[in-house]
Design a protein around this ligand. Sequence first.
Ligand SMILES: Nc1ncnc2c1ncn2[C@@H]1O[C@H](COP(=O)(O)OP(=O)(O)O)[C@@H](O)[C@H]1O
Ligand SMILES: [Mg+2]
Length: 235
Amino acid sequence: MTDSPFLSIQNLHGWYGESHVLHGVDVKVHEGEVVSLLGRNGAGRTSTLRAILGLLSRREGSIRIAGKETISMAPYRIPRLGIGYCPEERGIFASLTTEENLELPPRVAEGGMSVEEIYRIFPNLAERRSSPGTKLSGGEQQMLAIARILRTGAKLLLLDEISEGLAPVIVQKLADTIRFLKGRGYTIVMVEQNFRFAAPLADRFYVIEHGSVAMELKQAELEARQEELARFLGV
Ligand SMILES: Nc1ncnc2c1ncn2[C@@H]1O[C@H](COP(=O)(O)OP(=O)(O)O)[C@@H](O)[C@H]1O
Ligand SMILES: [Mg+2]
């Protein structure tokens, strides 16, 4: 872990058209950390990820990535700083095979995994390499959506609700995948509705509410601050 954060978001405001949805978000993520953004539906977690990528209609404040201010940067340049985004809707191309989906995204940085390496990590994708996206299960689609960004060379992974709607056995596999990626040195921001999935995986947590950070806590504080957290999350 380095002293200066790899991702530093300060006083971030964001809009969809006239609609002001982010109201001064402050989030810091160090290299190699797994950080989870928690919160109720509509809190502003997805919008925070989209703001990092420049995908809102307007954003203000500061977003520094690897020391570079990106708030005025053109959206097409931002992934080239080594950022991979796995959107909530997964974005698997139904008419393309697993392998074609894997090969689609452009390289954004050095050190992306080869398709063979990805098949070693995700053996079930290797078995499905010639199957079209439509024939994959929800779990396989989610694995593919994650695997796809590993090919690009991205070192900061923005993962939106990866456990959503999946069976417990698949969710367990996704947890193993997150641990594996952390072990490989990836920096991960995971948006989660499923607190029980995120709880053992993340080093730190931010609770987002009404477009700003309502609570920030470390893994070691989870137990002591459980009640406070439950109040925010309504669990
Ligand atoms: N494309 C959009 N256009 C307008 N408003 C949106 C859009 N997407 C989300 N919002 C609004 O922005 C707020 C934050 O939503 P979002 O970031 O998706 O929350 P979360 O991911 O935490 O559930 C909500 O009030 C939501 O209705
Ligand atoms: Mg969301």
